[in-house]
Design a protein around this ligand. Structure first.
Ligand code: F6P
Length: 483
């Protein structure tokens, strides 16, 4: 970017754009990382000259790449991988970031019983989260070494302490932002965290210049939390803290519609379409990671309730759940996968017949099949308990060919943009979800068409390029203001 008058752009995220392996003949190979964040950050890097993307080394070959002195160039990207001590990384990922921070920020705890915090939490923080963040900061500092005013764009909750460590070393000349891609909770929920985390994270985030979210709701909640926990002064979208101004902003992330149009006509997707189109009746679809925040179990219960109340729908619809296994080393996630499987079986046993299975559940990574299903769904269920954005709703809307109806949780970030064209549901209320699914399945064609058009146009009016552009404009404005 010419990001303002700033120097080199450095993007940092836990997961990188590619993973390296050794092929059978011994040469280095790489595969592209999946997921919305990777696509989004690629779009940021396309706009930046000479930019470097820093990420954690995940595979053995990644570690080999991390030991090379210069950033590794692949597919027009300059990548620098960071090797972490495996025990520290495990504590960061499996004990601190994903169970604790993720659970607090998505409101997943059953608070009378969990979490139970103690010395183990402190250990995961001090020996896991903090050292991993120091490693990221060291890599940033090395990469920025010869720059007066680098632009450093940090991403997500795995990196909350990095702004502080970078600021301590690079001073005020560096532009520093941290984009939180997950929800920000209300102050009382943030107070579930022990003092050293709740204050430590906020102090660090407020050493950035911009703290960004996908929705205004999360941006507001963050400002309230900073005021409540640190006593920071909030004035509109600016937090004044320790003599500095920190901008709190909402930039709703999006997709590259062209990318999904190309994918939609690819061989792999056309192949999977044969399977998807062979499913009996209308297609009710969900595509998610097997994450507790996605609310899969209540989705199945709601569908079962719908079949109970509207038995004439039996055999007239199939619920395809395409779920990518996620964070399987974390106890709660493993247990959730079991609960998902069990609930699907129960619904199938109760309502299925010899020739019709109500739920087709696949817990596998099959992106071409998901895209094939995006094209063909009649109803898409996104009933997340809370979700930073939910890009599935946007991806599916732009390539769907059936005027499919979106049933959307009021707590998904996407609801701020897409809500008016969707059927809104409370993710905790299975009766409301059952009725919304039924209403969507039986909606007259004319209304389906209007809603589907609204969804498509809304997504197209704010693409990933717009997301990047809005941030660049703010970086320039911020720099200008600071002189
Ligand atoms: O946006 C949320 C996020 O955690 C990203 O940071 C991450 O890349 C993605 O979801 C998938 O999670 P994980 O990297 O733990 O598989």
């Amino acid at each position: 970017m010419a990001h303002g008058e700033g120097g080199r752009t450095i993007v940092v995220s836990n997961r990188g754009p590619v993973t390296f392996t050794r092929g059978e003949s011994g040469e280095r190979e790489h595969s592209r990382g999946a997921g919305g964040l990777v696509t989004a950050l690629n779009a940021v890097l396309r706009r930046a000259e000479n930019a470097v993307w820093i990420a954690s080394a995940q595979s053995e070959e990644d570690v080999a790449v991390s030991k090379e002195p210069a950033p590794y160039e692949v597919e027009d990207l300059r990548i620098r991988l960071v090797e972490h001590d495996p025990a520290s990384y495990d504590l960061m990922y499996n004990e601190l970031a994903n169970p604790l921070l993720w659970f607090v920020q998505h409101g997943l705890y059953d608070l009378p019983y969990s979490p139970t915090l103690g010395d183990e939490t402190r250990r995961a923080w001090e020996e896991g989260y903090v050292p991993v963040n120091r490693n990221f900061a060291d890599a940033v500092i090395e990469t920025a070494a010869d720059e007066d005013s680098p632009t450093i764009l940090l991403h997500d909750y795995q990196l909350y302490m990095t702004p502080l460590f970078v600021r301590e070393r690079l001073g005020a000349g560096a532009f520093l932002s941290l984009f939180v891609h997950i929800p920000w909770p209300e102050p009382d929920l943030w107070r579930v965290l022990p003092h050293y985390i709740r204050e430590g994270v906020l102090e660090s985030l407020l050493s950035a210049d911009v703290v960004a979210f996908h929705t205004h709701r999360y941006a507001r909640a963050f400002a309230e939390t900073a005021a409540d926990v640190l006593g920071a002064e909030v004035e509109g979208g600016v937090i004044h803290y320790r003599g500095r101004d920190v901008w709190v902003r909402a930039y709703p992330i999006s997709i590259d519609p062209g990318e999904f149009e190309d994918l939609a006509s690819s061989e792999a997707v056309l192949e999977e379409e044969r399977f998807v189109r062979g499913l009996p009746g209308k297609l009710l679809l969900r595509v998610d990671r097997t994450d507790l925040s996605k609310n899969v179990v209540r989705g199945f219960l709601a569908y079962g309730r719908m079949l109970e109340r509207h038995p004439e729908m039996k055999g007239e619809v199939t619920f395809l759940a395409q779920l990518q296994p996620s964070r399987t080393d974390i106890r709660e996630y493993a247990a959730y996968m079991e609960a998902v499987g069990r609930t699907a079986e129960e619904v199938n046993e109760e309502h299925g017949t010899g020739s019709w299975r109500p739920i087709e559940l696949y817990m596998e990574d099959n992106f071409p099949r998901s895209v094939a299903a995006y094209k063909n769904f009649d109803v898409l269920l996104v009933n997340a308990v809370r979700d930073g954005m939910n890009l599935v709703a946007k991806e599916a809307a732009v390539i769907n060919e059936k005027n499919g109806v979106l049933v959307l949780s009021e707590n998904a970030g996407a609801h701020e943009e897409l809500g008016e064209h969707a059927l809104t549901i409370n993710p905790y209320d299975i009766d409301e979800q059952a009725e919304a699914i039924h209403a969507a399945l039986s909606m007259p064609e004319e209304e389906r068409e209007i809603r589907a058009k609204g969804l498509r146009e809304t997504v197209r009016s704010n693409t990933i390029e717009d997301w990047v552009e809005a941030q660049i404009e703010d970086i320039e404005a911020y720099r200008e203001l600071q002189g």
